[in-house]
Design a protein around this ligand. Sequence first.
Ligand code: GMT
Length: 376
Amino acid sequence: MKIGIVCYPTFGGSGVVATELGLELSKRGHEIHFITYSQPVRLELISNNVHYHEVNVPEYPLFHYQPYELALSSKLVDMVKLHKIEVLHVHYAIPHAYAAYMAKKMLQEEGINVPIVTTLHGTDITLVGNHPFYKPAVTFSINKSDAVTAVSKSLKDDTLRLFNIKNNIHVVPNFIDLEKYKHNGFPDCQRGMMAKEDEKIITHISNLRPVKRVQDVISVFYNIQKEMPAKLMFIGEGPEKEKVEAMCNELGILNKIVFFGKSNEIDKILCFSDLFLLPSQTESFGLAALEAMASGVPVISSNTGGIPEVNVHGVSGYLSNVGDVEDMSKNAIHILSDEKRLKQFKDAARKESLKFDLHSIVPKYEAIYQDTLSKC
Ligand code: GMT
């Protein structure tokens, strides 16, 4: 198939999933066209089967806001016609599903029918999409898509609860390339460079937005390091960064924290981690937790949204109520304080991640594309 993929090209989970999906589909023989405003961060390889088309939004002083949706719709029309794209798969309802619907209508005027598959990722539903400013457009775009998928059962339920949806929503969970996240023995795992032999390595990865509750990460780490030698690897950039730095400084633990900023080497950092912290307020799935588990890193997380569909309480880690840093700290110390127990959790985390192997999930998307094509 010739598939157009529209996504946010940034470090966010939706862009990562869309990129990994496109790359895997290309390996399975499909022709993939990424259409977005800059090259997706994880799109390292442009091959014969993978194309990238940039959406340009010309600056015009009359416009207070430059109309990205308009530019994207026009680009989609042009690319579908030029490359004979058969299916458009848009990740994130806002504004991608909306722009794709406009493109579809324009193409229909020329006798071309291209089905739209929309994947909901979370914040497009739970945080932004539900805002009264966007709600009618998001509802419309979801209902007008030829197929809709959500990355967890929890997100499907939220969508049905918050919007007046008439379309069926398929749950297609996020997936992971298990080969990339090798457990027990990454060849160039640099643990020795990051911490001393007796120090436990705790990791957090996010875009440091308020929804990630990064202050809870610091509080839990503070409690851990009171009990045992430990280091915190802090990966990501975002609006809460200054608060985090100030808090670490006040607590006198700045020297125990390594700030990585945005990183494309998540697998290399996770290979030497002992524990992953994800205390988010809400999370439709928690791709970062799955990446950790695939690397054999147990997860201490909040019990919210789709996280319990990924992190299994008492097996791959523990779940606590949002904001309950005492319970999270207790659970973290429980796992880390006994080497045999830590090993059991590490092995179980990796084992749980196998359920999300890309080889079993990607065919679900292929089946959805085929189904929409057969109906159009
Ligand atoms: O979590 C973020 O802030 C990024 C966001 C995004 O839109 O890229 O992530 C969402 O999609 C990911 C991939 O499906 C999920 O793993 C994240 O849980 C979800 N984030 C939230 O629901 C807050």
